[in-house]
Design a binder for this molecule. Structure first.
Ligand code: AMP
Length: 556
């Protein structure tokens, strides 16, 4: 073989921050603080603070490969950690603030986190487990008062560490194959699985996001990641925006429709990204209290399917272009984007909305195929449904501390997405179903299997199945179908029982009592039949459910 003679310049994260601080030092990063005021600084100041953070981490004894967790909203401190931790050779583990204390404890133990950086506004969520975390040596607090810090063992204050650290720092991430980040995703069986990104995969993903065929932000953009930084690295937007020197606006904890609408208007945001629940809420807010959101060129939506009606409503009522993207934590996460191609320009509005309602075409860097149950490849004809499998520069090859199991990874090198899709002749993919037994509510996963296992351990329940039902606001909500052991179980008591184990938003909105749950030939609960029953109206409760709809919902 004749080798090429080009540099092996490493794909490491420090390249982004160095480039940004040289090319666009005066561009700004703004954060809406918990008290509603704005914090603003330049990329030059940001760069300096990331270097300080590198020294602060070294003083805390952080070594390359150590896992360092964050428990925070989207803000400038979290952005500093996004760069500072990986550039110090350590692994940023973004903890999902919506998890229950038990789930958090499992994940922190599994990751063996050494330090957790905690947003003071979220202290009550981590305090209950703080003294049960055997691997954690320190909690480092920001946005917290002095009294708050007192409640955590070994608590340090972020600003004090930063003030004491020098900004003369040498990055410790020379090897592009070093791990950069760790993000856990829900498993059907309930045990979350860790996806371990490398510098190389994240840099290539960032270049992928920067393609015009994907989201393609430029220096002229003002980027608002509403998608949390703990959700698949905020879809890669912080890294992509920083590399090109786009202005970044971080919403902090202000994720309700009115402050989001105000933020988009006042900051002249051009690219905003979030799950459909967010944009549904914003739409209704804007109808009630109009704001000028005409600055938006891409309202990016992913995580769950964006209803076609909402895509249409945004364009019709506000002239806003909705861009649907599909991805997975295992894919860093961008897989496909539903942008129009040149031949679609002649379509009428309805034709364009049809395309935008698809999950999109695969961005360069992602390879895809659909297969049947036997693994035989299926045609891209827009009709044949099969399981979507992917591979590419930023796709996981196995989970953290687990062997590459056949349930998720094929022997010929593909990742099994668990999404059932059609792909048309133009390469546009449409999700039609899921093989994974999960419910997605407001962008967050709920494990139906976990709920079922908990329900059947209740003394009044013989059998239980949980299925996802479509919900206008949250995308999906769980519906529980229960066979009682004797008498009629009290839904309120069942939900009280579940609340001991799961976050509030996991609780089923409704319970339906049946005599028997349909089974497949091998005796498994047949959820296809249950879904059909539901579609046929057989599972409709006699009256509105016992719970106000979406009680305990997530807020993002
Ligand atoms: P997560 O790893 O939490 O990001 O979840 C990934 C899963 O979310 C995918 O496998 C899909 O089932 C679902 N998903 C992501 N984006 C979309 C979308 N645009 N439309 C429908 N489902 C989506």
């Amino acid at each position: 073989m004749l080798s090429g003679l080009m540099m092996e310049y490493p794909l490491t994260l420090n390249a982004i921050i160095e480039h940004a601080s040289r090319m666009t030092p005066r561009k700004t990063i703004k954060t809406k603080l918990p008290d509603g005021r704005w914090h603003e600084y330049s990329y030059a100041e940001f760069h300096l603070r990331v270097r300080r953070l590198g020294n602060a981490l070294a003083q805390l004894g952080v070594e390359p490969g150590d896992r360092v967790a964050t428990f925070a909203w989207n803000n400038y401190q979290h952005l500093e950690l996004y760069f500072g931790i990986p550039c110090a050779g350590a692994v940023i583990h973004t903890l999902n603030i919506r998890l229950s204390p038990d789930q958090l404890k499992y994940i922190i133990d599994h990751a063996e986190d050494k330090i957790i950086f905690v947003d003071g506004t979220l202290l009550p969520l981590i305090e209950p487990i703080a003294d049960q975390l055997s691997t954690v040596r320190h909690f480092v607090l920001f946005n917290a008062t002095a009294e708050q810090a007192g409640n955590l063992p070994n608590a340090l204050r972020y600003e004090e560490l930063m003030a004491a650290a020098s900004d003369d720092y040498n990055w410790r991430c020379a090897d592009e194959n070093m791990a950069l980040g760790l993000c856990y995703t829900s498993g059907t069986t309930g045990l979350p699985k860790g996806v371990l990104y490398s510098h190389r995969s994240m840099m290539l993903h960032t270049l992928g996001v920067l393609q015009a065929a994907a989201l393609g932000p430029t220096e002229a953009d003002v980027v608002l990641p509403v998608v949390p930084q703990f959700h698949a690295m905020a879809w890669g937007l912080p890294y992509a925006a920083a590399w090109v020197g786009a202005s970044i606006v971080m919403p902090g904890p202000h994720l309700q429709p009115p402050p989001l609408a105000d933020m988009i208007e006042s900051e002249r945001v051009t690219i905003a990204a979030g799950v459909p629940t967010i944009w549904n809420g914003l739409y209704h807010e804007l109808r009630k209290n109009p704001r000028d959101i005409s600055s938006i060129t891409q309202l990016v939506v992913g995580g769950s399917a964006m209803p076609r009606g909402l895509i249409e409503a945004y364009e019709r009522d506000f002239g806003v272009n909705v861009v649907q993207a599909w991805g997975m934590t295992e894919m860093s996460p961008i897989g496909s984007v539903a942008k129009l191609q040149s031949r679609h320009q002649s379509l009428d509005a309805a034709g364009r909305w049809d395309i935008k309602a698809k999950q999109g075409y695969f961005v360069p860097g992602v390879d895809a195929r659909i297969v049947d149950d036997e693994g035989v490849e299926l045609p891209w004809d827009g009709e044949t449904m099969g399981e979507l499998q992917v591979r590419g520069y930023w796709v996981a090859r196995q989970y953290f501390k687990r062997a590459a199991d056949v349930e998720h990874f094929t022997s010929d090198g593909w990742f099994r997405t668990g999404d059932v899709v059609t792909i048309d002749r133009d390469g546009y993919m449409t999700i039609t179903d899921r093989t994974k037994d999960l419910v997605k509510s407001g962008g967050e996963w709920i494990s139906s299997v976990d709920l079922e296992n908990a329900l059947i351990s209740h003394p009044d329940v013989l059998e239980a199945a949980v299925i996802a039902v479509a919900d206008e606001r949250w995308g999906e909500r769980p519906l529980a179908i229960v066979v009682p052991l004797a008498g009629e179980p009290d839904p309120e008591a069942l939900n009280g029982y579940l609340l001991e184990r799961f976050p509030k938003f996991w609780l089923p909105d409704r319970y339906v009592i049946v005599d028997e749950i349909p089974k497949t030939g091998v005796g498994k609960m047949d959820k296809k039949v249950l879904r059909q029953w539901r579609a046929d109206g057989k599972l409709d409760p006699p009256s509105p459910g016992p719970f106000p709809q979406n009680e305990g919902r997530v807020g993002n």
